[in-house]
Design a protein around this ligand. Structure first.
Ligand code: NAD
Length: 432
């Protein structure tokens, strides 16, 4: 099938590459000329494990192309996916300007029946708005489908190739058939394609992210209580997760959720509900807990040192989670801004996100090429992202480099007893 993907970011690039890899002829479109030039030159503008190799293979086999020319990319496509950003608007709502602009451009470019797919995360009712925007500029037949994306950065290819489920909101048989055909290679192990109406599909995506954020905030609340009552959140987490009705995933306490989705999607869902006269109190509390949690490590540090003025700290991990270079709403921003705002110096290391972090912090902090380089002469280390390579460091080497061996472990990657044995002053989250 010939398809076009509008927006070549984390979602568009992965979706386009995976559809190409199952034999489709895919044009990835973006308005960002620098991004498209890089892709045409064989470079990948984002870090996502395995993506570069898969792009190279599909480009070589001539199924995957990149262009800034939307009309050219969309010409003869049977399905056009809109995968542009939906950032937070001024009052917490999802800003739809990129989606609508893309929809209008697609409307002007289509020449025969086309399925236009909302892949971006968009509020309930957006499929109707996209339909209106397209109908205004074309008399060609088309359908609008809502097909939210559930991939996780860092494991995006695996998630796309083997999704737990594919959600498709479509009103016509014709659109359902095309979407079913496109996704058939990815659901061979009986993971379901769930067909529904567009509004239910749109809401499913927000409800899923809101539920995951709720689990995180819930565990962060439990971890705060653990600290107060002298319990250990690790035991509590295991005891909870073993209950099949609860399960283990997303029960890790930490420095709060971040990234390009959870914060904005929780806000957008609260805002949508409010537009309909409904106050989602639970999600407001989820957000409040998250705000508190992002400040936790710095508060612990202030309590320990008295003042942070003139202190120097190492930070391990900048990306909002491991295996990505995405810095959007990363908890490291709140931690580092907190430290430098209180007069401390920061030297940070991240395996892949330093270049993205430079756009956030500029030269207000220093960047270390290797983890141990971020430890020289520091008064303490903050672990903010749980990259695998941080899990088993040479503790003796760490201690010899640090001015004082104090660790604030925002992801509970180290064992408190072991740290104490090694002579560290250790602060975790919700642990004894
Ligand atoms: P992104 O910012 O990485 O990419 C969006 C791209 O769209 C950018 O490259 C931008 O230049 C391009 N763009 C904007 N307007 C355009 C236009 N008119 N024509 C062509 N290109 C245009 O965003 P992302 O992280 O890929 O997210 C895209 C959508 O998918 C969002 O709605 C997001 O909420 C959702 N989503 C993201 C993830 C994730 O993990 N990143 C997961 C699931 C869903």
């Amino acid at each position: 099938m010939r398809i076009a993907i509008i927006g070549s970011g984390y979602v568009g690039l992965v979706a386009g590459t995976c559809f190409a890899d199952s034999g489709n002829d895919v044009a990835c479109v973006d308005i960002d000329e620098r991004k498209i030039r890089m892709l045409q030159d064989g470079q990948v503008p984002i870090y996502e494990p395995g993506l570069e190799e898969l792009i190279r293979k599909n480009v070589k086999e001539k199924r995957l192309t990149f262009t800034t020319n939307l009309a050219e990319g969309v010409a003869n496509a049977q399905a056009v996916f809109i995968a542009v950003g939906t950032p937070e608007g001024e009052s917490g709502e999802a800003d739809l300007q990129y989606v609508i602009a893309a929809a209008q451009a697609v409307g002007r470019a289509i020449k025969q029946y086309t399925v236009v797919v909302d892949k971006s995360t968009v509020p309930v009712g957006t499929a109707d708005k996209v339909r209106e925007a397209i109908a205004k500029v074309t008399s060609v037949e088309f359908d609008v489908v809502s097909n939210p994306e559930f991939l996780k950065e860092g494991a995006a290819l695996d998630d796309f190739f083997k999704p737990d489920r594919v959600v498709i909101g479509a009103d016509t048989e014709r659109a359902r058939n095309i979407m079913g055909e496109l996704y058939a290679p990815f659901v061979r192990t009986e993971n379901p394609i769930l067909f529904m109406d567009t509004r239910s599909a749109e809401l499913t995506k927000y409800a899923a992210n809101a539920m995951l954020a709720t689990r995180i905030s819930f565990m962060n609340d439990v971890s705060a209580l653990c600290e107060k009552v002298g319990a250990d959140v690790d035991f509590v987490r295991k005891g909870l997760g073993a209950d099949k009705r609860i399960g283990y995933p997303f029960l890790f306490p930490g420095v709060g959720y971040g990234g390009s989705c959870f914060p904005k999607d929780v806000k957008a869902l609260v805002t949508t509900a409010r537009e309909y006269g409904l106050e989602l109190d639970l999600l407001r509390a989820v957000e409040r807990t998250n705000e508190r949690q992002k400040k936790l490590l710095v508060n612990k540090a202030v309590k320990h040192y008295g003042t942070l003025e003139g202190k120097k700290f190492g930070v391990w991990g900048l990306a909002f989670k491991p295996k990505t270079d995405d810095m959007r709403e990363a908890p490291s921003i709140e931690v580092i801004e907190g430290l430098i705002g209180k007069g401390a110096q920061v030297i940070a290391h991240d395996p892949v996100a330093s270049h993205a972090a430079k756009r956030v912090f500029g030269d207000r902090i220093r960047y270390a090429e290797l983890p141990y380089d971020a430890l020289e002469g520091v008064d303490g280390l903050f672990v903010v992202t749980e990259w695998n390579e941080f899990r088993h460091p040479d503790f003796a080497r760490m201690k010899s480099l640090m001015k004082s061996p104090v660790v604030f472990d925002g992801r509970n990657i180290f064992q408190p007893a072991r740290m104490r044995e090694q002579g560290f002053t250790y602060f975790g989250i919700g642990r004894r």
